[in-house]
Design a binder for this molecule. Sequence first.
Ligand code: PLP
Length: 445
Amino acid sequence: MRKSHLIKPVLGNDYPVISHGKGIYLYDKEGKQYIDGSSGAITANIGHGVQEIAEALWNQAKHVSFVYRSQFTSDAAEMLAEKLAEYAPDELKSVFFVNSGSEATETALKIAIQYFQEQGVFTKTKVLSRWTSYHGITLGALSMSGHQLRRQRFNSLLEDFPVAPAPYCYQCPLKDSYPGCGVRCADELENIVQAIGAEQIAAFIVEPVIGASGGAIVPPDEYYSKIRAICDKYDILMIADEVMTGMGRTGKMFAMEHWGVIPDIIALGKGMSAGYTPMAATIVSDKIMNTIESGSKVVMSGHTFSANPQSAAACLAVLHYIERNNLQENAALMGDYLQNHLQRLQWKYSLIGDVRGKGLLCGLELIKDPMTREPFELSNKITDRLLSICFEKGLLVYPAVGGVTGFSGDSILISPPLTVTKEQINDIIDILDQSIGELTNQLIS
Ligand code: PLP
């Protein structure tokens, strides 16, 4: 066989070569069909092979594909920023474009720090976060990520920003239980702020629904309003990392809308382009932008490909597609349908400890003992094993390591494109049922 020069995620593993995709299906070059039950990495929100997105890319490319943002703006980037501002809360109307979710959260971090510097405050340089979180792979974004597996090699280069307990009721990090706990995990932030000193803290970042490091963990209803109040009390900005949850995935355009809480900065990525181009964004409040505008006037961030016209045209076409096909509503309806069926599987298999999520961001936590909620030892590789059984049977699901530190525990995300139908969900459930059955048999034999 010819030697591959491409560095793959796991060296030595065989990856099928993709041929094409259509709707929720992908096909490899051997002709095998896969149901994209995870939208790739919760990204392909409108499904694969949508012709009008390819046309939007071509129509823009015919005129101009690239301009440098310090020399020109473009209609495509202006219109995309306008569209995002239209979706965003009234208080957030300015958009900074980047190319990945990591860059979006890292830009949020930089803007938060800059906001205070513009006011002559140079001590507020920490952006606190929660354990059991993932905000990206670049060093700033990783500094904010409570994801031990991804941090451990680079710890000496990282800031210790994850400090707060996650609102993870199924495996409460404070060993408490809801509602008796009074949502102590939120109150804990205030103790942490007082211990560190508010004068050092620029922002607190949260994933509205915890995705990659926890498997669709949804906090209790009161959680975010408590967090917002603590941030306001101590002059700390609140950043919503909606990279995974944004653009209709949870049944609302932004997941934070479920709790009626308005952050100061929103990071977007993934579903914004639905994978048709690498593009992401940071949406910033007027309060912050007015401060920068009456100060240095320059947001100290940016990349060569920021606000790329061709990418912007693709994203704009994706957002129009989401609107025209009511995909946000479909995500809410199909999400309920999917969760009901996942709960049916939970009654059948003791391996499934918890079923959770919002809209079409759904998760299953796999546990050794449903009574004690004891997780499997890492060496059992439960998540990997379930993933390969599903893959073999033509279903793609997404691994989300769980546990209090994001280092132990097993969970998966089931998050098909927002176009998914009931019949397609039935097919997903059938394969999951067979796969979990097979894994259960392996474990008892
Ligand atoms: N933020 C969240 C919530 C994510 O889930 C991810 C990726 O999974 C990122 C940030 C990083 O995005 P990217 O992989 O595009 O850099």
